[in-house]
Structures are given as structure tokens and as C-alpha cells.
Design a protein around this ligand. Structure first.
Ligand code: FEO
Length: 409
């Protein structure tokens, strides 16, 4: 294997894939690369692996560079198979290696690859790891673009390893952006639009977290390693993730019925998320609210979130009465989504979505998310089993994401 040096004791050991690669219902016409990195320190460390299709090839070739039994750590920033796919093959020979990942990633990796017997180091935001001659700092970047994601910063070398973030899908043979033989900036922007843009508020969170880092090089998982004009690429993310100038104050109405109060908790957390994003939010519990007043408020709003607990497979309270009172196409131009707490299967959400579709609103349901972004999303609709705290946290994130949709419409 060619281990290409990118910095002191730091090597690219990845794979260039020049096929037309199917990916999240897209075809990557210009191929891609899977950039894996080897840090040849006193405690040799791998940062991310390659696609599952190349697991054996990767491991065989890596063993020409280093005795795999010497690898101390394998950092997995993101568990999708184009990053973690070669992990089982690598670990079969790197028998002493500990896996370094977020807690959520560790749970996924154990289940995906039957790694329950392996040693994991579970990372929390800001954790540091001494790898013998270099220091790695880890930053959690949830939802960029999946929930378990983190990024890694090599402190002494000032290199950021941001996995999918700052990537480009292009099968570049020339490793660095300053050696690029052709245009790639458009591909960099298209990648952002397809993979990162649906998670825009989290891009802004990530940028705030890396703001004070000195970054001399960005070594992502796909495409060019950015060592020329590094700040330009950070600035591009900053520009592309900014909200457009707002004309009038945007408003969202949240309305729900609840059996035990759990759906109230979901509504409250959705409202927190919306308000934190600067959207004016009104919340109505249909038990005490006037239906006509609620409907009027909905018609004045830019978006509506309608929630219900599920009882005997149906909505509760007078949610259905409210939905029946809204005419066909009456909510055209608005954004809508359903939410609710449930104990068994949560059918109320599907019933609400059916009605919402009739109103002409753009309904943010699973079909919308898969069809419009190319990636599945945990945000919406928000279905919370009873009132589990982690799911309520998701509801707050869902509020922020819904706000983003309203603010950018
Ligand atoms: Fe490069 Fe999220 O896969």
C-alpha cells in the first residue's frame, strides 16, 4: 500500500473508488475516496477506515505498512459503512486495538459488527487522548450528518479530521487540494447541499465549536485534503449555513391533545427548540383551548405542529375535530408536521399526517425527508415512547429543525 505522508508521522492509507458509486439514493458520478489515516506514534492510531466493499483489500494493504497487532487505537468518527465498514476486517488482525468513538457510535458498532467483547473508549465532547507523541481532541458533532458523529483534532499538527464534514465526492488521485487538476469547488458545494444542508443548525453549532482551533489542514473522509486556503472552506460552510435575512417575524402554532401529559412534554420541548431559533411560537392544549381561536392562529402562522397521544390506534381529544375543520388546500404554503407520545405503536401521528396532506401544507414526514434530502432523519415526525428523556431531547432538536424549515421557506 502506498502510505502517503500528509504531516509528521501522519499518513493517508485510504482507497480511491472511481466507480459510479450509489450513495443515499444518489449516484456519485465522479466517484469518491475513503480517506483513512494512520498516525505512526508510540501508540499507533487509525482514524476512520474505508468502505465495507474494500475491507479485506484495505486490511491486507495496511499490513504492508504496519504490523497490525501494534495498532493501539482505531478512532471511528462516524459509523456509516463508508467509514467504519472495514473495521471488522481490521480488528480481526489488530487484536490489541481499542475502538475510540462516541457512546452512541460504540453501541451501534457493537451491534453492527458483533464487537461486544472488544474494548471501547467512549468519548464525550472535548475529551483528549494521548497517543504517544501526539494528542487527539474529540468534538461531538451530532447530526453531521448522523446522530453519533464526532470529529477529531490533532493538536500538535493542527489537523482537523472531520469525517464527512468538509468532504467532496470525487475520486481524486492527487491527494491535496492545491494539486487538484480540475474544478472541485462546485463539487464541494454540491456535497454540502446534499449531505450537510438539511442539518444546517448543527453546521452552525459545529462551526462555533471549531472557531478557536488553529487549523492548518482539514483531512476529511472524502475527496481532497484541504491544505491550501483552509479558512476559505470554513468560510464557505459559514456562508452556506447562514439563515437568509428575515422579513417578517415567522410564527409557528403547536396544538395537541394528551392523555397523561406526555404529549404536553413533547410540545413544550418542540416549543423550546422553535423559540431558541427565533420563531414566535404559540402552544395550545385542546383540552382547554377554543377551537375557532386555534384554527385562526393556525391560518395566521407559517407552520403548524399537531400532536396527539395514541389510544386504541387513534388520536385522542378533539384533534380530529380540529383537523376536519380545516378545509382542503387551506394550509397551502405552510409547513406542517405531526408529533405525539405513545405506549405501543403511535398510530395517531399517521392519522394526523393524512389530514395534514389534505390541507395542502408541506408535510414534514418520513417520505418528505427521504425524498428531499437523500438522508433519513430522526427529527420528524416526533414519536416519543412515553416521555423518555433522550426522545424529549430529540423533540427540542426537531423544534430547531422545523424552525429552520420555516425560516428558510
Ligand atoms: Fe461518508 Fe456519512 O458517509
Amino acid at each position: 500500500m502506498e502510505a502517503l505522508k500528509i504531516a509528521d508521522k501522519t499518513y493517508w492509507v485510504g482507497k480511491v473508488d472511481d466507480r459510479k458509486v450509489p450513495f443515499h439514493r444518489l449516484i456519485l458520478e465522479r466517484g469518491t475516496t475513503y480517506n483513512s489515516y494512520l498516525l505512526m506514534t508510540e501508540k499507533p492510531t487509525i482514524i476512520d477506515t474505508v468502505d465495507i466493499a474494500f475491507g479485506k483489500e484495505y486490511t491486507d494493504r495496511l499490513s504492508e505498512v504496519i504490523d497490525l497487532s501494534l495498532i493501539e487505537y482505531v478512532v471511528i468518527n462516524h459509523v456509516e459503512p463508508d467509514h467504519a465498514g472495514a473495521l471488522p476486517s481490521l480488528l480481526a488482525k489488530a487484536k490489541n486495538a481499542k475502538i475510540v468513538s462516541t457512546k452512541l457510535a460504540a453501541e451501534l458498532l457493537k451491534d453492527m459488527f458483533k464487537l461486544h467483547q472488544r474494548e471501547f473508549i467512549e468519548i464525550k465532547d472535548g475529551d483528549i487522548l494521548d497517543i504517544g507523541g501526539k494528542t487527539l481532541k474529540f468534538i461531538e458533532t451530532p447530526y453531521l450528518h448522523t446522530e453519533e458523529t464526532m470529529i477529531t483534532y490533532s493538536v500538535e499538527d493542527q489537523i482537523l479530521f472531520p469525517c464527512d464534514i468538509f468532504s467532496t465526492h470525487i475520486a481524486n488521485e492527487e491527494l491535496f487540494n492545491d494539486l487538484a487538476k480540475g474544478e472541485y469547488i462546485e463539487d464541494f458545494k454540491v456535497y454540502y447541499q446534499l449531505i450537510m444542508s438539511p442539518h444546517r443548525p448543527f453546521v452552525r453549532d459545529m462551526l462555533a465549536k471549531i472557531k478557536d482551533l488553529n487549523i492548518q489542514m482539514i483531512a476529511p473522509s472524502h475527496g481532497y485534503i484541504l491544505r491550501e486556503n483552509v479558512q476559505k472552506f470554513i468560510d464557505l460552510y459559514d456562508k452556506m449555513s447562514k439563515l437568509p435575512e428575515q422579513g417578517k417575524q415567522k410564527e409557528v402554532t403547536i396544538v395537541y391533545s394528551t392523555m397523561t401529559g406526555n404529549t404536553t412534554k413533547v410540545a413544550q420541548r418542540l416549543a423550546q427548540g422553535l423559540k431558541s431559533a427565533g420563531v414566535e411560537t404559540s402552544v395550545f392544549n385542546l383540552k382547554s383551548a377554543d377551537l375557532n381561536e386555534v384554527k385562526e392562529k393556525i391560518l395566521d402562522s407559517d407552520g403548524v405542529l399537531i400532536g396527539s397521544s395514541t389510544r386504541y390506534g387513534d388520536m385522542v381529544g378533539n384533534v380530529e375535530e380540529l383537523l376536519q375543520s380545516i378545509g382542503t388546500e387551506e394550509l397551502k404554503g405552510k409547513i406542517g408536521a405531526a408529533f405525539g407520545s405513545y405506549g405501543w405503536s403511535g398510530e395517531a401521528i399517521l392519522h394526523i399526517e393524512k389530514y395534514l396532506h389534505k390541507t395542502g401544507a408541506s408535510v414534514i414526514d418520513q417520505n418528505y425527508l427521504i425524498g428531499s434530502t437523500g438522508v433519513d432523519s430522526p427529527y420528524l415526525p416526533i414519536r416519543v415512547k412515553f416521555a423518555r428523556e433522550d426522545a424529549l431531547g430529540n423533540a427540542e432538536d426537531a423544534g430547531r429543525v422545523f424552525a429552520e424549515l420555516v425560516l428558510t421557506k
